[in-house]
Design a protein around this ligand. Sequence first.
Ligand SMILES: Nc1ncnc2c1ncn2[C@@H]1O[C@H](COP(=O)(O)OP(=O)(O)OP(=O)(O)O)[C@@H](O)[C@H]1O
Length: 249
Amino acid sequence: MNDTQPAGAAAPLKVDITEKTFRSATGVKIVALRGLSFEVGQGEFACLLGPSGCGKTTTLRILLGLDRQFSGSYQLPEGGSNRVAAVFQEPVLLPWRTVEQNVRLALPRNFRDKDLDGLFEILGLSAMRSLYPSELSLGLARRAALARAFATEPAILLLDEPFASLDERTAESLRRLLIRVWAARPTTVLMVTHNLREALLLADRIIVLAPRPAQVLGVFDVGLSRDLRDKTALDRLVLDFHERFPESA
Ligand SMILES: Nc1ncnc2c1ncn2[C@@H]1O[C@H](COP(=O)(O)OP(=O)(O)OP(=O)(O)O)[C@@H](O)[C@H]1O
């Protein structure tokens, strides 16, 4: 790990979006977000959980600076590298570059030759560094996308359903890998999912969203060490969650 790029952030993520609207092809106004306010503390792993179409991806696109047409404000975590990293449903790797080149290209020019052995090792990619994306399974491609995100030692990592469309076994092993790499390289994480069990397995806190227009219904503190989140504990957490948020069942 390179000590000149401290990871982590000194300030929380603060989101206060008053309104975000779209126009449909026929000109009809679609309110995607209204009065969406939440915070994610430094080094915290938070999930944004909400029904399909409620505005989760729209929120991440705003935080990534990809959509500036909204009213309200947000503040990204400061400190550390100040970088924002993102992993989407599709890993978006450059097909003509190897895994290692894809990861290094995400780094600022003067850090491109940094030691990435530990990162590749923890993600089980040591033997795949010189492979091209077309030679990777879906699961390996997601791992490469995670490597690329963590290599930049971001102040915040935004994840948009990174394990969607994988078979459950692969998704489960990637969730465990994500927790391992995050524990080794802590940063603030905001992950979008509509999978309650996934959120309960990974998150410190779950920010629960209402159907569109997205606003916060409440926050669920998982409050259980990750080592103890086995199947029985997760079953119990699911029940607790539904008791607290019956409307989001
Ligand atoms: N470019 C766009 N033009 C018009 N409407 C849009 C556009 N992007 C998103 N929307 C609408 O905004 C709403 C929120 O979409 P968004 O993709 O943020 O939802 P989501 O919670 O991420 O859904 P999912 O879980 O299915 O991915 C939806 O009704 C969607 O149809």
